[in-house]
Write a new protein. Structure first.
Length: 250
């Protein structure tokens, strides 16, 4: 078993492009609350946060400008806009709060001390570096969708749709995730959120359900009542399905 297992591990290390080799070398799946595919996806997502945090910092102080740079006042003169972007600030604060909650949970459950930088990027790097401890933390099943939602809300702030509008507000997105809606309601909500969710239609929801990615919330419901879905998992599935398709095509 030893030689064969060592060869398998070595092969996995070479094939593991995201670098989560500690998942392969240290533990079997029985020790983790996440399967390896989900753990790797979480690892990759955390790796995207530091650069996103820099973009948010630029947007927050309006070093990255959207729209007209100045405000016209009475008399025709102009004054510079205030160096503050409230949408970027909300997205930044929300992303930071989400990461803080997961760092705290890992530290409490795994009895480890936090030794990372006191920043959004620092916490993301620490969680990535301690991916095994994170994967062994009870409740970590919610980490990927929760962090993914916070990241997506931030991305649409720093990279708004080309046509303008459709920027997803972090607080609005967080509230929307907890709502239960039927297919028509989800389509309407998605159009209001805009951005990457603009094409989340009732037909798209049916596709996600047929793929086994979403299920309606438990009843009992009357026969003529429409099925209800928790919005959060539907948004996550909508983002996840194309990503897997792109990966298969590479």
């Amino acid at each position: 078993m030893g030689a064969e297992n060592g060869a398998t591990v070595s092969s996995r290390v070479r094939e593991d492009t995201c670098g989560v080799t500690q998942l392969d070398l240290a533990f079997d799946d029985g020790h983790l609350y996440l399967d390896r595919e989900t753990a790797r996806a979480l690892f990759r997502l955390l790796g995207e946060v530091p650069e996103l945090a820099d973009d948010l910092a630029d947007s927050r102080t309006r070093q990255t400008r959207f729209g007209q740079p100045d405000i016209r006042v009475h008399g025709g003169s102009t004054v510079p806009k205030l160096p503050f972007n409230p949408a970027a600030a909300r997205a930044d604060d929300h992303l930071r709060a989400v990461l803080v909650s997961w760092v705290r949970l890992v530290c409490e459950q795994r009895a480890v001390d936090y030794d990372g930088a006191a920043s959004t990027a620092g916490m993301a790097r620490w969680l990535q570096r301690n991916i095994v401890a994170l994967a062994m933390t009870e409740g970590v099943e919610e980490a990927l969708p929760e962090i993914s939602a916070a990241v997506e809300a931030a991305v649409v702030v720093v990279c708004p749709p080309a046509e303008g509008g459709g920027v997803v507000d972090a607080e609005l997105l967080a509230r929307a995730r907890a709502v239960r809606l039927n297919a028509a309601g989800i389509q309407k909500l998605a159009s209001q959120l805009g951005g990457v969710f603009a094409n989340l239609t009732a037909r798209r929801l049916r596709t996600l359900r047929e793929a086994g990615l979403v299920e309606p919330v438990p009843g009992p419901w009357s026969a003529d009542w429409p099925e209800l879905f928790l919005v959060g998992p539907v948004l996550d599935a909508h983002l996840a399905l194309p990503a897997r398709q792109r990966k298969r095509n590479n």
